[in-house]
Design a protein around this ligand. Structure first.
Ligand code: NI
Length: 250
């Protein structure tokens, strides 16, 4: 069940039986010459939608699709929020959902550069309640951040499909997930070098100097629709279990 394809009456009825939802969160940033700019937003969205398919008990919120990607800004098309802006936006998303009675929000993340900022946003949200007079404090919210590639069994699937040079940015696995979801977007590009360099970075100019075509350590020329379908299936299954544990524990 998708929030964007629901009516307010659907959500009123949903809240009678559940106070939880999943929100995909990602980034809009370059993913090398053959990876789509939306990759980090598309992956958690596709996986969440696969997990919720035909299940009216799982609600998927809109994708928070622009994240912290300042280091990708030397590549055309990349977009970023400052960490402070992102924290404020996550707070407003959570407050909006809490206003309607949601109590548990599971954020399925697709971008490593978001992790620290999402954690900081959660700390701000918890602090607001902790620092309030209990008589007037906002309702409790339970929040979880999970990176899709860290769902149980997913990394093993990615390593089996791409044992060499999956890499750490514009990975073969994430590009494969987007190709499976959008087969008409598969790009046939010669990657040079075949395997991208490894290393660290600071700001956008430094990143582009270190990694001229945008990739880090990867050979996404390996990405196929079939591999992506396998990863989506493994991740969707693991997400259903992890989300189930999250809402049971609260
Ligand atoms: Ni990515």
């Amino acid at each position: 069940m998708l929030l964007s394809l629901s009516t307010w009456c659907d959500i009123e009825a949903y809240l009678e039986k559940s106070r939880s939802l999943i929100v995909p969160i990602g980034s809009m940033e370059q993913h090398g010459p053959n990876g789509l700019i939306g990759t980090d937003a598309l992956c958690p969205t596709v996986i969440a939608e696969a997990a919720a398919k035909d299940d009216p008990e799982i609600l998927i919120g809109p994708t928070f699709s622009v994240g912290c990607a300042q280091h990708h800004m030397a590549f055309p098309g990349s977009m970023t929020l400052r960490p402070s802006t992102m924290i404020a936006a996550i707070r407003d998303w959570c407050d909006s959902l809490r206003r309607h009675g949601f109590e548990q929000i599971y954020w399925l993340n697709g971008h490593g550069g978001n992790i620290a900022t999402i954690a900081a946003a959660f700390a701000e949200i918890y602090a607001e309640r902790s620092l309030s007079d209990p008589s007037s404090a906002p309702a409790a919210l339970s929040l979880r951040q999970r990176n899709w590639w860290e769902l149980p069994g997913v990394m093993a699937t990615c390593q089996r499909l791409h044992p060499f040079h999956d890499g750490s940015h514009a990975t073969a696995s994430e590009v494969a997930v987007t190709y499976a979801a959008y087969p008409d977007q598969v790009r046939d590009v010669v990657l040079d070098p075949k395997v991208a360099p490894e290393g660290g970075f600071t700001d956008a100019e430094h990143y582009r100097k270190q990694f001229p075509d945008g990739r880090i350590g990867s050979d996404p020329g390996q990405a196929t629709v079939a591999a992506g379908e396998e990863i989506i299936a493994a991740a969707a299954k693991a997400l259903r279990e992890d989300y189930g544990n999250f809402i049971d524990k609260n």
